[in-house]
Design a protein around this ligand. Structure first.
Ligand code: ASP
Length: 340
C-alpha cells in the first residue's frame, strides 16, 4: 500500500471564519480530516505532519522552506510521495524554492490548497486534496509518474516553478502559460508523459537547505528616475531581479545603463525577466536590450517572477562567484526556463 506524507503548513484550506469578527483564521489538522471522510477510501496510508505554527502563506519565508526541505529529506525513504497543504498566495514561491532545493528528486511533491475553506459548502478543497493524493501515489512500472515539485489546483497539475497565482477569486487560481500542464483530472486522470521531467537514473537526492535572501527587485516603468534606480541598485544585496518590458527591454538612457554597469562591476548579479507573463526575454533582439547583454545582465528567458526570486536566493546560498551565479541563472536547472 502506498504511503503519503501530508504536510500541513496552513492556508485557506484549513481556515474557519471567526464567528465574531468574520476574519478567516487557521484551524488544526484534525478538523480538516473530519471534513473529508472520503480519505479513508483512497487505499493508501496517510502520515500527517502539521507545522507547529499554522500560517497564512503571506507569512511564508525561506527559513520555513528549509524546514520543509529537511522534513522531506528525513521522510524521503519511507514514503512514496508528499502532499503539502499551503496557502495559495505564495504557493508558487514555495514550490519554486523547493524545486531548486531538491536536486535529483524522484518522488512527487504536490502542493495544494483551496480558495474556500474545507468546511465551506461549495469548497474546492476536497477535490484539490483528494486528487493531489491520487497524483502523489500514482506509479507506472514501480516509478513515480510525476517526480517533480508541482502545484495541483482546479483539475490541473502544474510544474511548480512555472506557475503563478493569477486569480484571487476564481477556483482557477494558477496558470503556467510558458509550460504545458503536467496532468489534467476529469473523468480520467491524464498525465502528459512527455512534458514530465525525470531525474537521471540512479541519481541520489541532494537537499540544499541554504537560501540567502540578499535579493532586491527593480520593476521598470516609463519615467523611472535615477533616484529610484540608484536606491535599489545600491541596496545592500547581492542579486537584483530586473522586471523589464516586452522581450527584456529597458530605457537606453545613458545614466541607466551606467548605473546597471556599475552595479555589475561592484559584484552584483542582475537578472532580466519580463513583465509579460507569456513569452521570453531575448537579449539583443532590440536595441533596447543590446547593451544589457554587453554589460553582463543575465538572461532570465521565460522564467516566472517566483522562480527568478527563489533561484537567485538558491544560487546566492551556494556562495558562488557572481559570474558563476550569472551563468547558472541562464541554465535550465529544474525545468524552470526554456533556453532556445
Ligand atoms: N491568504 C491565504 C494564504 O495564502 C489564501 C489561500 O490560502 O488561498 O494562506
Amino acid at each position: 500500500m502506498s504511503q503519503i506524507l501530508i504536510i500541513y503548513t496552513g492556508g485557506t484550506i484549513g481556515m474557519m471564519s471567526d464567528p465574531n469578527t468574520k476574519v478567516l483564521k487557521p484551524i488544526n489538522f484534525d478538523q480538516i480530516m473530519d471534513n473529508v471522510p472520503e480519505l479513508e477510501k483512497l487505499n493508501c496510508k496517510l502520515k500527517i505532519h502539521s507545522f507547529h505554527e499554522i500560517i497564512d502563506s503571506s507569512n511564508m519565508n525561506p527559513a520555513i522552506w528549509s524546514e520543509l526541505a529537511g522534513l522531506i529529506e528525513s521522510n524521503y525513504d519511507s514514503v512514496d510521495g508528499f502532499v503539502i497543504l499551503h496557502g495559495s498566495d505564495t504557493m508558487a514561491f514555495t514550490a519554486s524554492a523547493l524545486s531548486f532545493m531538491l536536486e535529483n528528486l524522484n518522488k512527487p511533491i504536490i502542493f495544494t490548497g483551496s480558495q474556500l475553506p474545507i468546511s465551506a459548502v461549495r469548497t474546492d478543497a476536497k477535490e484539490n486534496l483528494m486528487t493531489s493524493i491520487e497524483i502523489a501515489k500514482a506509479k507506472k512500472n514501480e516509478l513515480a509518474r510525476v517526480p517533480e515539485v508541482c502545484i495541483y489546483f482546479d483539475y490541473k497539475l502544474f510544474r511548480g516553478n512555472r506557475s503563478f497565482k493569477y486569480n484571487s477569486s476564481k477556483f482557477e487560481a494558477f496558470r503556467s502559460p510558458n509550460y504545458p500542464i503536467l496532468a489534467e483530472s476529469g473523468v480520467h486522470l491524464r498525465f502528459s508523459q512527455n512534458d514530465i521531467r525525470h531525474p537521471k537514473e540512479n541519481s541520489q537526492l541532494i537537499v540544499h537547505k541554504n537560501l540567502v535572501n540578499d535579493v532586491a527587485v527593480l520593476k521598470l516603468y516609463p519615467g523611472i528616475g535615477p533616484k529610484v534606480v540608484e536606491a535599489i541598485l545600491k541596496a545592500d544585496v547581492r542579486g537584483i531581479i530586473m522586471e523589464t518590458f516586452g522581450a527584456g527591454n529597458t530605457t537606453t538612457d545613458q545614466w541607466f545603463i551606467d548605473m546597471i554597469k556599475d552595479a555589475i562591476n561592484s559584484g552584483k548579479v542582475i537578472l532580466d525577466i519580463s513583465q509579460c507573463k507569456v513569452g521570453t526575454v531575448e537579449l539583443g533582439r532590440y536595441d533596447t536590450s543590446r547593451q544589457l547583454k554587453e554589460i553582463g545582465v543575465a538572461n532570465g528567458y521565460d522564467m516566472t517572477y517566483e522562480s527568478a526570486v527563489t533561484k537567485m536566493m538558491f544560487l546566492l546560498g551556494q556562495n558562488k562567484d557572481p559570474q558563476v551565479v550569472k551563468n547558472l541563472l541562464e541554465i535550465d536547472l529544474r525545468g524552470e526556463i526554456t533556453v532556445s
